[in-house]
Design a protein around this ligand. Structure first.
Ligand SMILES: Nc1nc2c(ncn2[C@@H]2O[C@H](COP(=O)(O)OP(=O)(O)OP(=O)(O)O)[C@@H](O)[C@H]2O)c(=O)[nH]1
Ligand SMILES: [Mg+2]
Length: 468
């Protein structure tokens, strides 16, 4: 369905230097490649624009601007000019057309020029700062431009914010449209509030702003859906992955273990890369110790028994086929828990179980061989790590400068694994990691089902967080 063209909104982001204007633009854009962000004055020197596009139409254009530094000087200059005291835009126009003033108020001129050409502006405040005279001068100069202003109180999460001082001072200057924000945290609810506040002030642009909010909400929803299905697909691949090894050859078993380790690590890394990509981040966003490194391993190796223990995951027990299958052997801790008599000396390595007794197509070649599979403990750890990463990504603003910390999540140690994952243990043809795999509709269904279970876990956790 083609949408009727909506009036496009021009929105300037202005404020004192180093208050987080460029950071705010990045966060609203969900793009980290916009502009330069640095903790010092005068980083942004030119006005730069970026569009918010829906279905090929630019609904909103954001304009980042250089920081204001000499508003008191501008006020003094304006006060010295004769004539129209009450026509703000005319007075500003006078300044913009005066060659000497242009030279002296280099940054301010760019901002004021922009202000006269947009529909609305966000004035960004660093609420850690006291309400100094120079900031009130900035607001006075901006008010002369005759555009609606929404004040964004930035750095509210910083602990020592002076939010109430700022609210009082702003109310005294007649500015009541105020929104607490933290430009480096990603919070869809606050982002939405910002656009709702604008909607309430800009009747002509209400349909535009509503269309934007709707598109953003849809995007968030489908991104999360894609993310859980990405994780689900990886887990199904790993759960059903297997390698065969000669039962009597230690060398061959070691080879198979290494091959399986490598394949699973690579599969996990591919999942991480897809998640980063979905949320428009990259490998440079995370600290090596917390998440996988570029070599395809996590700082904590997936197959180190210490890693499993550290995460409170039991490292002995069945591979997940259950006692009824009667053929599962877990060697995760180097000790064999079942069928040891047939597997003397087979301490094949952490996180990989030896399984015998499959039938069917994949069972045909089993004579004299063992089948290696990843243990259930490892699956738990994999699921847990990816959900942790997802939670971290969902909260990360695109202006974040600190490395990504995976959010602390409830551990999966004691939970029952979803049924779809257990099912995959008996379906080697479902794993893209198996050479003879033939993905079928059962695999697709299992991914959707597991994705749904993961989605529920994510939603439950979000609900718990909101409640606390
Ligand atoms: N913790 C925290 N840091 C922030 C926030 N917003 C900005 N910063 C940091 O503040 C510094 C300045 O951010 P910028 O976005 O470059 O500020 P700016 O207003 O564009 O600066 P100029 O272009 O120089 O005027 C950077 O170090 C940012 O990482 C915030 O909400 N929270
Ligand atoms: Mg900037």
């Amino acid at each position: 369905m083609t949408r009727k063209a909506l009036p496009a909104l021009d929105l300037a982001v202005v404020g004192h230097t180093n208050t987080g204007k460029t950071s705010l633009v990045r966060t609203l854009l969900h793009r980290r490649d916009f502009g330069d962000i640095r903790n010092r004055a005068g980083t942004t020197r030119q006005v730069a624009s970026a569009p918010l596009v829906v279905d090929g139409q630019t609904l909103i254009t954001l304009y980042d601007s250089p920081g204001l530094e000499d508003a008191p000087g501008v006020i003094d200059w304006l006060d010295r000019q004769p004539g129209t005291r009450h026509d703000g835009p005319e007075r500003i126009h006078g300044l913009l057309t005066d060659p000497q003033a242009r030279e002296r108020f280099d940054h301010e001129v760019r901002v004021l020029d922009l202000m006269l050409n947009v529909d609305v502006a966000l004035y960004v405040v660093d609420v850690r700062e006291p309400v100094l005279e120079k900031y009130l001068d900035e607001l006075a100069v901006l008010a002369l431009c005759g555009r609606p202003l929404l004040v964004v109180l930035n750095f509210v999460a910083s602990g020592y914010a002076r939010e109430s001082d700022w609210r009082d001072a702003l109310a005294r200057t007649g500015l009541h449209m105020v929104l607490p924000f933290d430009a480096v945290i990603r919070d869809p609810a606050t982002e939405r509030r910002l656009f709702e506040k604008l909607t309430s002030q800009l009747d002509d642009f209400a349909p535009t702003l509503e269309a934007w909010m709707e598109a953003r909400a849809d995007e968030e929803h489908s991104r999360l859906q894609a993310a859980v299905e990405t994780i689900a697909e990886m887990l199904i691949d790993v759960a059903a992955a297997q390698r065969l090894a000669e039962l009597d050859s230690e060398i061959d078993r070691a080879r198979a273990v290494n091959a399986l380790h490598r394949t699973v690590r690579e599969r996990e890394q591919a999942c991480v890369d897809t998640l980063l990509d979905l949320y428009r981040f990259g490998r440079e966003d995370y600290a090596e110790d917390d998440l996988p490194t570029s070599e395809g391993q996590w700082g904590e190796d997936l197959f180190d028994p210490d890693t499993l223990r550290h995460h409170g995951i039991r490292t002995s027990g069945h591979v997940g086929l259950g006692a009824s299958a009667g053929a599962a052997v877990d060697v995760a801790t180097g000790g064999l828990s079942l069928g040891a008599g047939t597997l003397i000396g087979a301490a094949v390595g952490a996180g990989v179980g030896l399984v015998r007794g499959f039938g069917g197509r994949f069972g045909d070649r089993l004579a004299g061989r063992v089948r290696l599979m990843v243990t259930e403990s490892t699956l738990r750890l994999l699921a847990w790590r990816q959900l942790q990463l997802l939670a971290g990504l969902r909260q990360r603003g695109h202006a974040s400068q600190a490395p990504l910390k995976a959010a602390e999540r409830e551990r999966w140690a004691e939970k029952k694994l979803p049924a779809s994952l257990i099912r995959a243990r008996r379906q080697p043809e479902w794993s893209a990691l198996n050479p003879a795999a033939v993905p079928d509709s059962g695999r697709a269904r299992a991914i959707v089902e597991l994705g749904y279970a993961l989605r529920q876990a994510v939603d439950e956790e979000s609900a718990r967080e909101t409640a606390t």
